[in-house]
Write a protein that binds this ligand. Structure first.
Ligand code: C2E
Ligand code: MG
Ligand code: MG
Ligand code: MG
Length: 273
């Protein structure tokens, strides 16, 4: 009996694995079609000054207007895109379209923050192609910040350091995204030419809650370190007044989150809350 059950389970497992493989193949094909048919839609989320609510810039966040599933977020397709190396083409599509939109619609004092996959850093022509794109779309390099995750710094620190230094010489800034979730130590930060460090929303979410002493301490030390290194901290995922007030009291001047503005396509009136 146990044997029969075990076998049944095995078949179920096998069937779901097979389904997953088919799903991945289907999505890879759909992603290539999506690129050709411009099914992606850049959304923009404001990055604001916490004391005045003034918008400093916008982070571009990709959405996919899937023909059957409707609008879906990167959580549902980025991993497949990375594994099938569709991600590079998708990112270039996003760079092109979001910088064109930024050049046309943002006021001159606002910047564009772009998420880039670590895979780009292996390409010799990454910086040149980025500059070409900016020239073509008319967005000045000084108004671009690229967001990289800790993981992409650690893969090849020397190489990434060179790339960020080259970008900085051209006026393009770099932000370290989701800081605090990876494995790099705080003191490692200063070896990269960064303009911004983004405090991961997992810490912001717990700020000011009972028993959140650890998050308060982590956020406090990121802020102290950022200040010592001259890197601008930006808090992610601010959802409540209490979190914003706590961050302000701790000396964090900039933030992002549903409280301050949700990601939206250009042209939609900005919504908060
Ligand atoms: P991220 O760069 O850390 O972006 C912040 C994520 O937090 C976004 O999720 C945003 O919608 C969400 N968020 C913003 N405010 C709040 C809030 O108050 N509460 C909560 N719970 N969430 C908030 P999204 O758009 O699903 O993007 C997920 C990740 O996908 C991004 O994380 C980024 O790593 C990646 N990504 C997005 N667009 C692109 C892209 O064009 N290229 C690449 N390579 N990666 C992208
Ligand atoms: Mg980001
Ligand atoms: Mg982030
Ligand atoms: Mg994130």
């Amino acid at each position: 009996r146990a044997k029969a059950l075990g076998r049944k389970r095995f078949e179920l497992f096998d069937a779901s694995l097979q389904k997953r493989a088919v799903d991945v193949l289907t999505m890879e094909r759909e992603l290539r079609i999506a690129l050709h048919e411009n099914q992606f839609v850049p959304h923009f989320q404001p990055i604001v000054r916490l004391d005045t609510n003034q918008v400093q810039g916008y982070e571009a966040l990709i959405r996919w207007n899937h023909p059957e599933r409707g609008l879906i977020g990167p959580g549902e397709f980025l991993q497949v895109a990375e594994e099938s190396s569709n991600i590079e083409a998708i990112d270039w599509w996003m760079f092109e379209h979001s910088s064109a939109l930024a050049a046309r619609h943002f006021s001159d004092d606002r910047y564009l923050a772009l998420n880039v996959s670590a895979l780009h850093f292996r390409r010799e022509d990454f910086c040149g192609r980025l500059l070409d794109t900016l020239r073509r779309t008319g967005l000045p390099p000084s108004r671009l910040v690229i967001e990289v995750t800790e993981g992409s710094l650690l893969d090849d620190p020397e190489g990434v350091r060179d790339i960020l230094a080259t970008l900085r010489r051209d006026g393009i800034g770099a932000a370290l995204d989701d800081f605090g979730t990876g494995y790099s130590s705080l003191s490692y930060l200063h070896t990269f030419p960064l303009r911004v460090v983004k405090i991961d929303r997992s810490f912001v979410a717990r700020l000011g809650e009972p028993g959140s002493g650890n998050s308060d301490a982590v956020v406090g030390s990121i802020l102290a370190l950022a200040s010592a290194l001259g890197v601008e901290p930006v808090a992610e995922g601010i959802e409540t007044e209490a979190q914003r007030d706590r961050l302000l009291a701790m000396g964090c001047r900039f933030g992002q989150g549903y409280l301050l503005g949700r990601p939206a396509p250009l042209g939609d009136p900005p919504t908060a809350g």
